[in-house]
Design a binder for this molecule. Structure first.
Ligand code: PMP
Length: 405
């Protein structure tokens, strides 16, 4: 297939044309959240102006609302190659999806002596919920170490899988180094011992072809706002039989079939996990953004971004004093770096002054940064609408700031 026409693509994302601090915006904060295609913004408008009603059986408008909501569920299922739409639970984001699973496990699978195995590379959203679940249930949280080069130590992983390990929870892609972790291999190793696997795909879904059935994992969580969607939509995928046997995480309206003082009977999937008003408008408006990504093609997106990231990495590594975290690993378009003698927060501020939006700090992954030998870093993260010229602008600014110190 032909290469991406980035200049044409950029026309579809209005935010890319604004200025920041008086200069053309160079938006390199895509790992935090992506900018939005016009088609998503227009769908948000048309839904609220012309089609909005409660998602539930009932009058015609509600029937229509239910239909368009369910169409997006099927789209998400196609995106990640789930077997059936009912295996997709809509959430307000990836964080909520991870909390949903950890809470369901805490309620039914975790007790004193049980273990949860995560990795030291986890984003806070796949770390803290498990810490809480262990604290409240008396289970023990264990973590697979990360090597200084940014790989998971798979030998240690195998040793840490024990007879009381109740779940393995691991990122598909690091939000700091962009490293793609071997989730298929990890799933095979855990399943060989009968242990279920949850994958945090927040950083993978917008950038890579994802096939949950090929990975083989039991659960997979993702985020919509990092993929052109509105700010609060995400999903939890789970193999239907696995979701069916877990208890509900949240109670409330629309999730119960029958209610009495003694007990409730939850609705079938996916409704048992969608208590209260769902993220209806957000999910529906995410639909055209998913189409946009899929029309470009996930393979083509991944190839373009890989090339651009390799280019930017080369440019940055050529600057004396720059270290790129996890540079040698198999990565997507996330690039975190440090510059000797320049505090990351100062780099962020100076780049901001030059119209370049990056992110600096602990990046919601303090244990990972520590394992990589630093406590803070600057992160530049690319998406298919970014260009080599933008990577040049970043490298030139970093070179100048490195020289000044
Ligand atoms: N996991 C990872 C790896 C992430 O990078 C993020 C977002 N930075 C999350 C989870 C949380 O996603 P959300 O913002 O959709 O809650």
């Amino acid at each position: 297939k032909a290469a991406l026409e980035v200049e044409r693509i950029r026309q579809d994302f209005p935010m890319l044309h604004r200025r920041m601090n008086g200069l053309p915006l160079v938006y390199l904060d895509n790992a935090a959240t992506s900018q939005k295609p016009q088609a998503m913004i227009e769908r948000l408008r048309s839904l609220y102006a012309e089609e909005y009603a409660k998602v539930e059986e009932g009058h015609s408008l509600s029937q229509h609302a239910t239909k368009v909501f369910e169409e997006v569920r099927a789209k998400v299922a196609r995106l990640i190659h789930a077997a059936e739409p009912r295996e997709i639970i809509f959430t307000r984001g990836c964080t909520e999806a991870l909390n949903l699973i950890s809470r369901a496990f805490e309620r039914s699978r975790l007790g004193p002596g049980d273990e949860v195995l995560i990795t030291l590379a986890e984003h806070a959203s796949n770390f803290i919920p498990w810490q809480m679940a262990c604290e409240d249930s008396g289970a023990t949280l264990k973590a697979v170490p990360v090597t200084p080069s940014g790989e998971l130590d798979l030998e240690r992983f195998e040793q840490l899988l024990g007879p009381r390990t109740r779940i393995v929870a691991v990122s598909h892609v690091s939000n700091v180094t962009g490293t793609i972790y071997p989730v298929k291999r990890i799933t095979e190793m855990a399943h060989a011992r009968g242990i279920p696997v949850l994958v945090d795909g927040a950083q993978a879904v917008p950038h890579l072809p994802v096939d949950v059935r090929d990975i083989g994992c039991d659960f997979y969580a993702g985020s919509g706002h990092k993929m052109g969607g509105p700010s609060s939509v995400g999903f939890l995928y789970g193999i239907a039989s696995k979701l069916e046997e877990l208890p509900v995480a949240d109670g409330g309206s629309t999730m119960a079939e029958t209610v009495s003082l003694e007990k409730i009977q939850p609705k079938p999937l996916p409704h048992k996990y969608e208590a209260g008003e769902p993220c209806f408008g957000e999910a529906v408006a995410w639909g055209p953004a998913i189409d946009y990504w899929m029309d470009l093609g996930m393979e083509r997106i991944a190839a373009y971004e890989k090339e651009l990231t390799a280019y930017a990495t080369g440019k940055l590594l050529a600057i004396p004093g720059v270290r790129v975290l996890g540079a040698e690993t198999e990565r997507i378009s996330v690039l975190s770096f440090t510059v000797q003698g320049v505090p990351p927060k100062e780099l962020e501020k100076e780049l901001d002054r030059r119209g370049i939006a990056v992110r600096a700090g602990e990046l919601d992954a303090e244990p990972l940064l520590k394992a990589l030998g630093t406590d803070m870093a600057v992160r530049a993260s690319f998406l298919f609408y970014n260009t080599r010229e933008e990577a040049d602008a970043l490298a030139e600014a970093v070179a100048e700031l490195a020289r000044l110190h």
